[in-house]
Design a protein around this ligand. Structure first.
Ligand code: 9MG
Length: 264
């Protein structure tokens, strides 16, 4: 899954697809083409930054950033379009414009989101987070992060099924970097195989994230090797979708891993 942020303020690639304060559709489409050519099966389009400390965005602005790009990619490229949103109106409009997956870091907890997602008939990715991006890093007091994340995700999967989203349309994500310390993130990496055995496909996003900073001593634009190491670990642990900035390099790593695996 390649990351396509239309935001001015995302932590790694914010502002890269903006011109004069608005989405530059040509640049965004060019980036989408590159990612698909590099081997991405899914593109994740987001119009609201979820980095720690990020400010919320209005519904109108999120729609303006996301929907024209979803429609343009749907017209031109053969790829699954994921929409990274918690906003019911965006879910609805994105589905109509051609989206094939809803990726919600708030696990459909925003008012009206569960109903809106169910009405689209699309698969949903439910991610673990506490609170809101602006303040989430003040909420890292877990008794057992692995047990609590598991509990939360299975609870949200149950709620989604109650709302009419069938189990085969639910993916789970432990939410690396969302209300978690470095040690808690690492613990979740170690326990990914447990989560992967709960019967739902697992999506993970660790690309360039701050957990790699203290481990490698690298700034955000120098974390490719660390991100690839985590992508491989996640795949070996059973993750089915890896959300990344660097599609070409990640696809190479996964192809090598897959070739070795199938030779055994
Ligand atoms: C939008 N977004 C940012 N980080 C993410 C992650 O780790 N997982 C998912 N599903 N979405 C994310």
């Amino acid at each position: 899954m390649g990351i396509l942020n239309t935001t001015p303020d995302s932590f790694s690639d914010g502002g890269q697809l903006q011109r004069d304060g608005a989405l530059d559709l040509d640049s965004a489409l060019a980036r989408a083409r590159d990612m698909v050519a590099a081997g991405a099966d899914i593109l994740d389009i987001g119009g609201e930054s979820t980095r720690p400390g990020a400010e919320p965005v209005s519904v109108a602005e999120e729609l303006r950033r996301v929907i024209p790009l979803v429609a343009a990619i749907d017209r031109e490229l053969d790829v699954v379009i994921s929409v990274d949103t918690s906003t019911p109106e965006v879910m609805h409009e994105a589905a109509a414009a051609g989206a094939g997956l809803i990726n919600d870091v708030r696990a459909l907890q925003r008012k009206g989101a569960m109903e809106a997602a169910a009405a689209t008939g699309l698969p949903v990715c439910l991610m673990h987070m506490r609170g809101e991006p602006k303040t989430m890093q003040q909420q890292t007091d877990y008794q057992s992060v692995v047990a609590e994340v598991l509990d939360y995700l299975l609870g949200r999967a149950g709620a989604a099924q109650q709302a009419g989203i069938s189990a085969d349309r639910i993916l789970l994500d432990p939410g690396f970097g969302f209300a978690k310390s470095l040690e808690q993130n690492l613990s979740l990496v170690r326990h990914l195989p447990e989560l992967a055995k709960k019967g739902y496909p697992i999506l993970v996003g660790m690309s360039r994230k701050s957990m790699l900073g203290p481990i490698t001593g690298r700034d955000v634009d120098q974390r490719l090797a660390g991100s690839l190491a985590l992508a491989l670990l996640a795949a070996q642990s059973g993750a089915k979708i890896i959300r990344v900035h660097d599609v070409r390099e990640t696809v190479d790593v996964l192809r090598v891993w897959s070739a070795v695996g199938s030779a055994v």
